[in-house]
Design a protein around this ligand. Structure first.
Ligand SMILES: Cc1cc2nc3c(=O)[nH]c(=O)nc-3n(C[C@H](O)[C@H](O)[C@H](O)COP(=O)(O)OP(=O)(O)OC[C@H]3O[C@@H](n4cnc5c(N)ncnc54)[C@H](O)[C@@H]3O)c2cc1C
Length: 457
């Protein structure tokens, strides 16, 4: 065996697995295989000047490399069982929270010290939301910001690089059971290890599906969240963001009874594009450093779609809608709320006249040609509901970028120890379908590392 533990994927799940393994047993031979680049080599060619939109790099530096999809994220670590994944259903609520706090302590030790922790506990805003038929979910949020998040990752890499063997630019092709462990194949050759942790995140979702199929590991997939990213002057949401930073607000639409929620709120942040397997969607982030902040706040409004038999390909449904928007807008599309309500396309001149200045250079267009009526109706109803707790949300110049799709990895069949039916083969993080966030993915890494550190040899 080349290694005691092989980790596939260097996102938060993989990093925290490696971190905890070397803490618990420094003698373990641990290797991390990652499709993307080292942290300092991760750059996206979009510079807003010569390159304005996605050029479809073979490996997307935003989604892949040391730090995973979280490297350039806003670094919001939500400590809660209310959203961000269902890890607690496997390991218990108390354990999940305990591990999320442990991850927070490590982040503080590696450069995050001094960043702010926000909490909904004791907030009057909960009552104000309820009075308007909106529901604020409970959470504590550590906001590292894109800048500090990067610093923390850099320090974690410095700590790990001499203790763990990293293989960058090394996508793993196959995984198979071998005598006394597992064999993986990459372009550079074969490697073996006694135990294997797979943490390939969202960018590895298709690969994960293939591996599960090849190894006979059961999966199920029936959910996708579709919506838009809203951008408005920061003042409109300041009373919420100043107190809570991120507020997760849920609304049940009267018309269809669908649940619409706010997601990934970025006070004074910027809207960005995201490329998942060649499909360009929208996302957002913000910086802790005031010098890099903007005058706008952005957040997603997502409608959850659950499908029942016989339809199984929920991600395919979301992809088709994203492709339609890419076809019409050449990438991400932007529309003023007022134009959407009046049934007219936003044109470059209408966007230019808008009092809200977009932070992303997207194609002005008409989202009603892209989003299914049920989803669009849900978003419009939620914007009017939010307008009651944050007046100005439904202004004409509120910008809507589309589409934002939250793909859920298919849920992989694992036990309460996050182990597959193969002893010593663990699937964790977003690639397992169990987590959908930085804190849950990281906590799942710590959890399996603690289990295997004792018997990895
Ligand atoms: C722009 C953006 C902003 C976000 N903001 C937040 C936020 O503020 N808060 C929050 O909680 N969450 C946020 N998220 C989500 C968060 O980043 C993820 O939930 C988290 O990174 C999941 O961690 P992971 O380790 O499971 O997977 P990932 O971070 O996706 O890492 C998986 C790694 O595996 C690698 N990989 C994939 N396939 C293979 C293969 N075959 N061989 C080798 N390597 C492979 C990938 O290259 C990747 O580096 C954001 C995501 C994005 C894209």
């Amino acid at each position: 065996m080349n290694y005691d533990v092989m980790i596939i994927g260097a996102g938060p799940g993989g990093i925290f697995s490696a971190y905890e393994l070397v803490q618990r047993d420094p003698s373990l031979r641990v290797a991390v295989f990652e499709s993307g680049h080292r942290l300092d080599r991760r750059t996206c060619p979009i510079d807003g000047d010569k390159v304005k939109s996605c050029v479809h790099c073979p490996v997307c530096s935003i989604m892949s490399g040391f730090g995973g999809a979280g490297a350039f994220s806003d670094g919001k670590y939500n400590i809660t069982n209310d959203f961000g994944g269902t890890l607690h259903e496997y390991i218990g609520k108390q354990k999940a929270l305990e591990l999320m706090h442990y991850v927070d302590e490590i982040n503080m030790r590696y450069g995050g010290e001094g960043t702010k922790m926000y909490s909904t506990a004791g907030s009057d805003l909960k009552k104000v939301c309820m009075q308007n038929d909106l529901h604020l979910l409970n959470a504590s949020v550590r906001h590292l910001g894109t800048d500090i998040n990067y610093v923390v990752l850099g320090h974690l890499y410095d700590f790990l690089k001499d203790k763990v063997t990293f293989y960058f630019d090394m996508p793993v092709d196959t995984v198979e059971a071998a005598a006394d462990g597992y064999r993986i194949r990459c372009a550079a050759g074969e490697y073996t290890g006694r135990q294997c942790i797979i943490s390939v995140g969202r960018s590895g979702s298709k690969w994960m599906e293939r591996v599960c199929h090849e190894m006979g590991i059961e999966t199920q997939s029936n959910r996708v969240d579709i919506g838009v990213r809203v951008e408005l002057p920061a003042e409109i949401f300041a009373h919420l963001t100043d107190e809570l930073y991120e507020s997760k607000i849920v609304y049940r639409t009267p018309k269809y009874g669908d649940r619409v929620r706010t997601f990934c709120m970025n006070p004074r942040g910027a809207v960005v594009t995201e490329n998942t397997n060649g499909i360009v969607t929208v996302n957002g982030h913000s910086y802790e450093d005031p010098a890099r902040q903007t005058g706008n706040t952005n957040f997603a409004l997502l409608v959850a779609k659950h499908f029942s038999e016989p339809f199984k390909d929920s991600n395919g449904y979301g992809e088709s809608i994203a492709r339609l928007s890419n076809m019409l807008g050449g990438g991400v599309m932007v529309q003023r709320f007022g134009d959407l309500i009046r049934g007219q396309r936003s044109t470059p001149s209408r966007i230019e006249e808008s009092f809200t200045v977009p932070t992303l250079n997207a194609s002005p267009g008409d989202l009603s040609l892209v989003l299914p009526k049920r989803i669009l109706d849900g978003i419009i109803e939620m914007i009017y509901a939010l307008d009651k707790v944050a007046p100005g949300t439904a202004n004409d110049d509120t910008l809507l970028y589309g589409v934002e799709v939250k793909f859920y990895n298919m849920e992989v069949a694992v036990g309460p120890d996050l182990q597959t039916r193969y002893p010593g083969l663990y699937i964790i993080g977003d690639g397992s379908g169990i987590t959908h966030s930085l804190s849950h993915a990281s906590a799942s890494g710590v959890y399996v590392a603690r289990q295997i550190a004792g018997d990895a040899r």
